[in-house]
Design a protein. Structure first.
Length: 154
């Protein structure tokens, strides 16, 4: 049985919650990655910042990435998987929540040990299952109707 730890990219490095989004962007460029885990005290995982987050939640809003911190984008509790989790369960979680990356933690220490991305999954998955996964994760939500309902008798 293949486990999360078998397919993850090991050695994920956190960006501190007080570091700026400009610093996060530089690290992403240097490491050729599209996301970084955000960590607080004692390497506690607070969230993930993506290149897309920086563009949409900072730059497009007219904010300065040299002033906005990674911690300001860390919202809610981050979704994680344990290193010994079965890969099929990992896929179901990513499909259900439509996420493209998952931090991998070591239990019981809850230490960040790696990340799983779509690329990691694609390397060892049969093509039919990969197509199913990509379809589920990348599926667009059904747009809401923009038609105005006419009152009856109008």
């Amino acid at each position: 049985m293949t486990r999360a730890g078998d397919i993850m990219h090991p050695g994920a490095e956190c960006i501190g919650e007080q570091e700026t989004l400009a610093a996060a962007a530089r690290i992403m460029r240097e490491r050729d990655v599209g996301a970084l885990p955000i960590c607080g005290e004692r390497q506690k995982l607070l969230g993930i910042v993506t290149d897309r987050d920086i563009v949409l939640k900072c730059v497009a809003e007219g904010l300065d990435p040299a002033k906005v911190t990674a911690g300001e984008l860390a919202q809610g509790r981050p979704m994680t998987v344990e290193a010994d989790e079965d890969v099929e369960q990992v896929l179901r979680m990513m499909e259900q929540h439509r996420v493209r990356r998952l931090p991998v933690i070591n239990h019981p220490e809850h230490e960040l040990v790696g990340m799983i991305s779509e690329a990691d999954i694609a390397r060892g998955m049969p093509q039919a299952r990969l197509a199913e996964f990509v379809s589920a994760v990348c599926a667009e939500e059904t747009p809401r109707s923009t038609e105005v309902q006419q009152p009856q008798g109008a």
